[in-house]
Design a protein around this ligand. Structure first.
Ligand SMILES: Cc1cc2nc3c(=O)[nH]c(=O)nc-3n(C[C@H](O)[C@H](O)[C@H](O)COP(=O)(O)OP(=O)(O)OC[C@H]3O[C@@H](n4cnc5c(N)ncnc54)[C@H](O)[C@@H]3O)c2cc1C
Ligand SMILES: Cc1cc2nc3c(=O)[nH]c(=O)nc-3n(C[C@H](O)[C@H](O)[C@H](O)COP(=O)(O)O)c2cc1C
Length: 638
């Protein structure tokens, strides 16, 4: 870590190391945009973990510029006080407080802002759709003033660097790109025209804040769409923006059509945007920040070492483990809880309007998820060493309980073991490693290869029993299910996939698709048979987009609205939506139609009178996220 922990200067601002928390919309914000105590605590924790600078999430400069009612805002003086609490908390923990200002433009919904979204041109957002209102020159000038007003409020609130959000398909990005700007007046056309809105904003802010206040610009240097920005064009754009007054650049990518380049899922390489940052750094003489799936300190250090960027932004990585910088500096690498790029954070924002993390159950709940010593140490027996049991065990042990963890297999991790076999999910293994290390560090007593029965519980005679025995695959009761060619998904993921066989996968949910990818990548011809009209079920949207694209590239045949009727020797029979039957060749049939909770022990020990808790899939088959959260919560409460 020779390079990551060296200081750096942006204008008069000294950064103690090269790590920056980029803006991450937390939505821990009141309706109407005011800061909450949770948000202050969230930022305090991030700053305390050791990054040099924390950039507060996108704050809207105008009410119609929000993407959600719970987006942070900076469009009124009444909001300054709340924002100043965040700046103060960041500074108190030793990091530089910075803030991002933002306008969504067309990338919001009329339902949220109660009017038509504003846009450079009459081109709707491809993701949200719906009409938009092209901006008049008068409205553009009004918005330039609003950006500058917001900049002044940022300084008043105590932030020491201002970032302008010019990326991710939002308003400024919409102006910069021919993909979204077809104006024929002075704010469109050639590069001078398309950059004019950004240049006017920068000049106005520079006038209002003076020459010494540091200003950064976040750009989607590549949009990956026809007519979209490329690195070459972005360099020309940035040259004009530097002349207008910016002091630093954060090099991101993607827009409203290519969100996979904004929050890169597991499929994408680590640091996949670092090359574009390096090209921009070479062409321009101002500090450059790299961002995008830089999720471990070595990758970050390497970027600085190779002079690809001056600073590295670690976003999801610091949500997963805010203490990553400190741990890296102290050489405690095996204690880092690594972001696995599952994008649960994005999914939870879209689905629940709140920020959650699969690997870090305390994200956004920092206060209530503190680990405090137990008032009365107890003997705790945890049955099952999947993610739920592991979490409950080490948290309880950390609090001072005597914890015995029983696992019938010879390895820890439960279903996360098959779950991290598929090539693009291998990084999930880091989650098992983290839990294992915590189990070791906190002195959990492991009893491996021991299947717990009611008798084991009685012999151990604990004060508390935690059942985290997980779930088992379901097999349908149909003719031929006993054929040798039929296996469940876990057998395939645990086994030797080199064996090329014509395979039919029954069930096109997340597991079925994952197995289809696994086998087709290894050369097997694969068909997915799915009852519903679509495959992919609950998979996070961006991951699903890439996974389905890969399945198509691998020529996986997808039969939706088909039901498995029976299995024969080297084939099976399915029924289509109209009831017509089809015979499909199948040397191997993989069943991935779901799982059922494994609560055998629970039934056996119910009447024994022990304080018993049931968590994870054993309570109800769901996800590692639920199991970890329930384990983490229970470990804190017993
Ligand atoms: C292929 C696959 C991919 C997945 N991908 C994801 C994903 O991307 N994201 C996600 O969130 N979730 C994913 N999941 C689901 C996730 O792995 C499970 O929801 C999660 O592991 C459940 O955790 P758990 O601790 O409740 O149980 P499990 O992980 O099932 O662990 C239970 C453990 O208990 C042990 N056990 C059972 N009975 C006894 C007994 N009597 N005595 C001792 N030990 C016992 C078992 O051997 C097992 O190790 C995936 C699952 C699979 C199979
Ligand atoms: C939950 C979430 C919210 C985000 N909010 C913002 C934001 O407010 N402004 C912004 O410029 N980028 C935002 N991003 C993008 C990140 O700043 C960063 O560019 C992206 O996550 C890739 O970096 P990472 O792999 O280190 O997370 C957000 C990303 C996530 C996951």
């Amino acid at each position: 870590m020779k390079h990551l922990f060296t200081p750096f200067q942006i204008k008069n601002l000294t950064l103690k190391n090269r790590i920056v928390l980029p803006p991450l919309a937390s939505f821990l914000i009141e309706k109407g945009g005011a800061v909450t105590d949770r948000a202050v605590e969230h930022y305090r924790r991030r700053a305390a973990g050791g990054p040099a600078m924390v950039i507060m999430e996108a704050c809207a400069v105008s009410p119609e510029g929000v993407v959600s009612e719970n987006q942070a805002r900076i469009d009124s003086d009444r909001l300054i006080e709340g924002l100043s609490r965040i700046a103060a908390a960041i500074r108190a923990e030793g990091a530089v407080p910075a803030i991002q200002i933002h306008h969504a433009g067309r990338q919001t919904s009329a339902k949220v802002i109660k009017r038509l979204p504003l846009a450079p041109s009459p081109l709707p957002c491809p993701a949200i759709r719906g009409d938009v209102a092209p901006l008049t020159v008068g409205q553009i000038q009004d918005l330039i003033k609003k950006f500058a007003d917001a900049a002044v409020r940022s300084r008043e609130a105590g932030f020491e660097l201002l970032e302008i959000h010019g990326a991710h398909g939002y308003l400024i990005n919409q102006f910069l790109s021919r993909y979204s700007n077809i104006r024929e007046d002075g704010y469109g056309g050639d590069i001078a025209g398309r950059t004019r809105f950004a240049r006017d904003i920068i000049s106005e802010i520079r006038n209002r804040l003076g020459p010494s206040f540091p200003i950064s610009f976040k750009i989607s240097a590549q949009e990956f769409v026809p007519d979209g920005l490329t690195v070459e064009e972005s360099i020309d754009i940035l040259k004009l923006l530097v002349a207008a007054g910016i002091d630093a650049i954060q090099v991101s990518a993607g827009n409203d059509s290519t969100p996979e380049w904004i929050c890169q899922p597991m499929f994408m390489q680590k640091a996949c945007l670092a090359e574009s940052a390096a090209a921009i750094k070479k062409a321009l003489k101002i500090p450059v920040m790299a961002v995008g799936r830089i999720n471990d300190p070595w990758t970050a250090d390497n970027i600085i070492a190779k002079d690809m960027a001056d600073l590295v932004c670690i976003g999801r990585g610091l949500m997963a483990d805010p203490e990553m910088p400190i741990k890296a500096q102290e050489g405690r690498f095996d204690e880092i809880r690594t972001c696995i790029a599952c994008n649960t954070c994005m999914q939870s924002i879209y689905r629940k309007g709140r920020l959650e993390c699969l690997v870090n159950p305390a994200l956004g709940r920092e206060q209530e998820m503190q680990i405090v010593p137990a008032t009365q140490p107890k003997k705790v027996m945890v049955v099952g060493a999947g993610p739920g049991g592991l979490n409950a065990a080490w948290v309880a042990a950390k609090r001072g309980h005597e914890v015995h963890l029983y696992e019938k297999q010879s390895y820890l991790g439960g279903q996360l073991v098959p779950g991290s076999k598929t090539a693009y999910k291998r990084e999930m293994q880091s989650l098992i490693n983290f839990q294992k290390r915590q189990v070791e560090l906190n002195g959990v007593i492991c009893h491996m290869g021991q299947e717990v029965t009611a008798q084991t519980v009685q012999e151990e005679n604990p004060d508390v029993v935690i059942l985290a025995t997980g779930s088992r695959p379901i097999l349908p009761t149909i003719e031929g299910i006993d054929e040798a060619s039929v296996v469940t998904f876990d057998v395939v993921l645990d086994g030797d996939v080199q064996e090329n066989k014509t395979t039919v996968i029954i069930g096109g949910g997340s597991t079925g698709c994952e197995v289809a990818y696994h086998l087709s990548e290894n050369g097997s011809p694969v068909t997915i048979v799915e009852l519903m009209p679509k495959i992919g079920g609950d998979i996070e949207a961006v991951t699903k987009k890439l996974l389905i694209r890969k399945l198509k590239e691998n020529n996986v045949r997808i039969l939706t609205e088909h039901r498995l009727l029976r299995v024969g020797k080297n084939s099976l029979v399915v029924a289509g939506p109209d009831g017509s039957e089809k015979v499909i060749e199948a040397q191997r049939v993989v069943v991935a139609i779901g799982i059922r909770q494994d609560d055998t022990i629970h039934q056996q020990i119910k009447s024994l009178g022990y304080e018993t808790h049931v968590i994870g899939d054993c309570l109800e088959p769901r996800t590692a996220k639920s199991a970890i959260y329930e384990g983490a919560k229970l470990g804190r409460s017993i």
